[in-house]
Design a binder for this molecule. Structure first.
Ligand code: ZN
Length: 488
């Protein structure tokens, strides 16, 4: 592409990405099932074109000679491009194919709780991930390259050290809480249409408008930011709990990040969130730190009671908060409470690092999983469907992603603490139903930068230091002390 300038080359890449995101959103919300085969092929073609554009030598030259005004964008793009060109296209194709085959095999294996049927696919994925890691021989640890795909510049050693401190803080806290009887759960029925209406009311308070947003139904909720001006929340509402409300807040948190990126970064590859960890900090902040907090429900509980008079009519704010903040070690990660959630992640991180190192064989994985669940969570795994087969990540070759969920909790805690310093009456504002002050603070300090800074640089600018466990732990202790009426 010799005759074009850098910005138009980047815009072309961003447009291809736009098409890929739209195809993926449609596949999971609107597409009739019969379209799956051809959609898969179309998406693979789009992915190949994106890879060709990114690795094009002319783009490399344009990035080398980028002017001052494009310096930040060029730095990020050079990095992405340098990494992409080091992975042979044959290996990239093998990874994609094995991921698709693995995910299909996993669905069957999980339904039948049959790990042996899945093991060969996982062995293949682990082997390919190790070959991918070998493309970056300068790494200190082979897992570094896999982690870098989702959390650029973070290392295995760093995650290990952060998780060690997190575990030390969480385990005694959870032991204290589980020694007491758990608060009663909400067991009533919550009509889906009313949940959707309530969720939409919350989203509007958060900044959702019909000009730039959509809310659609799906099986596995996700957020699709087709562009900063076209953001799509997906969700599902099961009638036996309010989980869908919290899930919708979660996806909205991802959406706000994309919606508030500086418009000047549109149609570049940095006009999006910087990493999975920072993204998850945004979703989990709105879902949990705001969405399960006392100030939030001071405003929203009366509104929920009006929509669900039978289920919630007689409940007090304290009882409601106890129910939605109950700590109970459980088997399934996606259903875990805020305190035990990170232990599920630590377990997965330890095991996937061992698989990549070669110190754990795939055939020994279920036993290692069950033993570690016993040690960390104090519970027995009844079968592999409720254990090692519960998540799709390893099946689809996504090794190195899990840590970002827990890193998101920690970053969320740091931002929450800092936002309270900058906005001293933040809780009162949330309690009055005003969510704009926090949204604007996040827009100013995190969202507008897109992927211009690494997550470490962003944290340094915003909270003045590296990723830390202290703020999340003290937030959690503070809240659970209040909810459980204990001094933790
Ligand atoms: Zn998320």
């Amino acid at each position: 592409m010799p005759s074009r300038d850098l910005r138009s080359a980047l815009a072309e890449l961003a447009d291809i990405d736009h098409a890929a995101k739209l195809m993926a959103w449609d596949q999971q919300t609107k597409m009739p099932a019969g379209g799956a085969q051809e959609r898969g092929e179309a998406m693979a073609t789009i992915e190949r074109i994106a890879h060709e554009l990114l690795t094009d030598e002319a783009l490399g030259e344009l990035l080398e000679t980028a002017g001052e005004e494009d310096a930040a964008i060029a730095r990020v793009m050079r990095r992405d491009r340098d990494r992409a060109v080091r992975v042979p296209s044959e290996l990239a194709a093998d990874l994609a194919r094995a991921a698709a085959e693995g995910a299909t095999a996993w669905q069957r294996a999980r339904a039948e709780s049959d790990f042996a049927a899945f093991a060969p696919y996982l062995e293949r994925n682990v082997e390919l991930c190790r070959r991918y890691a070998a493309c970056f021989p300068e790494s200190e640890h082979p897992y570094d390259a896999l982690l870098d795909r989702h959390e650029p510049e973070m290392t295995t050693a760093e995650v290990r050290s952060v998780f060690g401190r997190l575990r030390e803080g969480l385990v005694p806290l959870i032991e204290t809480l589980t020694a007491r009887s758990a608060p009663p759960q909400l067991t009533a029925s919550f009509p889906a249409a009313e949940q959707r209406a309530l969720a939409l009311e919350m989203l509007r308070a958060l900044g959702f408008d019909d000009e730039h947003w959509r809310l659609d139904k799906t099986v596995h909720p996700f957020l699709a930011a087709i562009a900063p001006t076209d953001v799509r929340v997906t969700t599902r509402f099961a009638e036996d709990s309010l989980a869908g409300i919290f899930g919708t807040l979660h996806e909205m948190g991802h959406g706000l990040y994309e919606r508030q990126v500086d418009p000047a970064l549109a149609r570049t590859m940095v006009g999006t969130g910087v990493s999975s960890g920072v993204h998850e900090s945004q979703s989990r902040l709105w879902e949990n730190l705001v969405g399960r907090g006392e100030p939030f429900w001071r405003h929203w509980l009366p509104r929920a009671q009006a929509r669900f008079p039978e289920a919630l009519g007689a409940i007090s704010l304290d009882e409601f908060l106890r129910a939605v903040n109950a700590v109970r070690p459980s088997l399934i990660r996606v259903e875990a409470d805020e305190a035990t959630y990170s232990l599920h992640i630590i377990l997965r991180f330890e095991l996937e690092v061992a698989l990549v190192e070669g110190t754990l064989a795939v055939r020994d994985l279920p036993e290692a999983w069950n033993a570690r669940t016993r040690e960390l969570l104090g519970i027995e795994v009844p079968d592999d469907a409720h254990g090692v087969l519960q998540d799709v990540h390893w099946a689809s070759g996504t090794i190195g992603y899990f840590p970002t969920y827990a890193l998101g909790n920690l970053i969320g805690g740091q931002l929450w603490e800092r936002a309270h310093t900058d906005i001293p009456d933040l809780d009162e504002r949330i309690g009055a139903g005003e969510l704009a002050p926090l949204r604007e603070w996040l827009g100013q300090h995190v969202h507008r930068h897109g992927a211009k800074f690494t997550s470490a640089e962003l944290l340094q600018r915003t909270v003045g230091g590296p990723i830390a466990v202290g703020p999340f732990l003290s937030y959690l202790k503070g809240k659970l002390s209040q909810v459980y009426g204990l001094e933790l």
